[in-house]
Design a protein around this ligand. Structure first.
Ligand SMILES: NC(=O)c1ccc[n+]([C@@H]2O[C@H](COP(=O)([O-])OP(=O)(O)OC[C@H]3O[C@@H](n4cnc5c(N)ncnc54)[C@H](O)[C@@H]3O)[C@@H](O)[C@H]2O)c1
Length: 335
């Protein structure tokens, strides 16, 4: 890509902690020298960071300490939407631009939310376990055994989905849920006019109205443990909770207690605090929990789109252009 400037001799050096999809690597290779370190370990990254003009990360931390190792860095590209792994204030202080890929994985995550909600509603995890153990087959008629074993579940059609956060992902989930015949309610302080068919209100309204509650907020101080014991208490008895946002948005101990008391009918969780979680984390093997390994956005389709989007954002910054997904940065604005 012509027009890319570097303040040192030669082409800009673009360092990636981990590989990204080929479509993104091609865009980056057109603009600079690409170095995939293959590690998120600071000591392993240090030599590459010393000469880096750009850094592309997936969900590994970008701390002030890391930025100190990269004196020439002009841009950090976050392959994904959430920014909680990046010390934005530290980047700002150094005048380093940050770009991310909002929306690139929205359809992938939204499909996964519907999958998770359906799996909870249809008791897929316990049904699979019972079938695998032979206990259903031993009863003769399988459909009758399903009913007898309390595995009938319920439909989503006609039920109410509550969304906390109505951004790129929440909006998609709303549309898919409407397609299934669900009512949709949502809260989001930044949204005053929601999509058609979505009733807006505050968190208390959403908690009280939802048969299925799905979380689509970033992890920021205001959303840390947003779903705690008191929030769960305000939910309908037996409601289902889906968390594809961030582990820290939910007080997991409160969720486990609510599953045991049946205040919650099921929990689908794709995200943990910390990640990766310890192997003995109780939610990983709880019978009422569908626990998945942070995979909602990891479709080949979303990976290609995230790679393309982060690469073009990084190249834009290196070339002095304003990328479409520049994370708001007072240092940039004052230039
Ligand atoms: N599991 C995964 O693989 C995966 C993938 C992508 C994103 N995520 C998570 O999902 C989150 C949402 O993604 P997105 O692309 O929809 O982001 P987005 O920025 O488009 O939307 C987030 C919305 O949350 C709203 N919000 C903020 N604080 C709120 C609060 N207290 N109450 C209600 N709403 C609030 C914002 O106004 C915004 O509209 C990301 O921040 C990330 O943490 C997870």
């Amino acid at each position: 890509v012509s027009g890319v400037e570097t303040d040192r001799a030669g082409r800009p050096v673009i360092v990636l902690t981990e590989p990204i999809a080929e479509t993104g690597l091609e865009v980056l290779s057109g603009a600079g020298r690409v170095h995939v370190v293959g590690s998120t370990d600071l000591a392993a990254l240090a030599p590459a960071l010393a000469g880096a003009d750009a850094l592309v990360v997936r969900s590994s931390p970008v701390t002030a300490e890391l930025l100190d190792l990269a004196p020439h860095l002009r841009v950090v590209g976050r392959h994904g939407a959430g920014l909680d792994n990046i010390d934005l204030a530290a980047a700002r202080r150094r005048g380093i631009a940050v770009v991310n890929t909002p929306g690139a994985n929205a359809a992938s995550v939204a499909e996964f939310v519907i999958l998770a909600a359906l799996a909870l509603a249809r008791r897929l995890v316990p049904a699979r376990a019972a079938f695998g153990s032979g206990s259903l087959s031993a009863q003769g008629s399988l459909p009758a055994a399903v009913v007898r074993s309390g595995l009938s579940g319920g439909m989503l059609h006609g039920r109410t989905l509550g969304l906390v956060g109505l951004g790129a992902i929440g909006t998609r989930v709303a549309a898919y849920a409407r397609g299934l015949g669900m009512q949709v309610v949502a809260c989001d302080p930044a949204v005053t006019r929601g999509p058609e068919g979505v009733r807006l209100g505050d968190l208390a309204m959403v908690l009280g109205a939802s048969d299925v509650l799905s979380l689509h907020v970033p992890l920021v101080p205001a959303t840390s443990h947003l779903i705690d014991a008191s929030a769960i208490e305000q939910m309908r008895a037996g409601a289902l909770l889906v968390n594809t946002a961030r582990g820290g948005v939910v007080d997991e101990d409160a969720v486990l207690a609510a599953l045991d008391s049946r205040q919650l009918g099921g929990y689908a969780v794709d995200v943990y605090d910390p990640e990766p979680p310890p192997a003995d984390l109780p939610v990983l093997n709880h019978p009422a929990v569908l626990a998945t390994p942070h995979m909602a956005a990891m479709t080949s389709d979303a990976l290609a789109e995230m790679a393309r989007s982060v690469a073009s954002g990084v190249v834009d910054v290196l070339a002095g252009r304003t990328p479409p997904h520049l994370v708001p940065d007072p240092t940039e604005e004052s230039r």
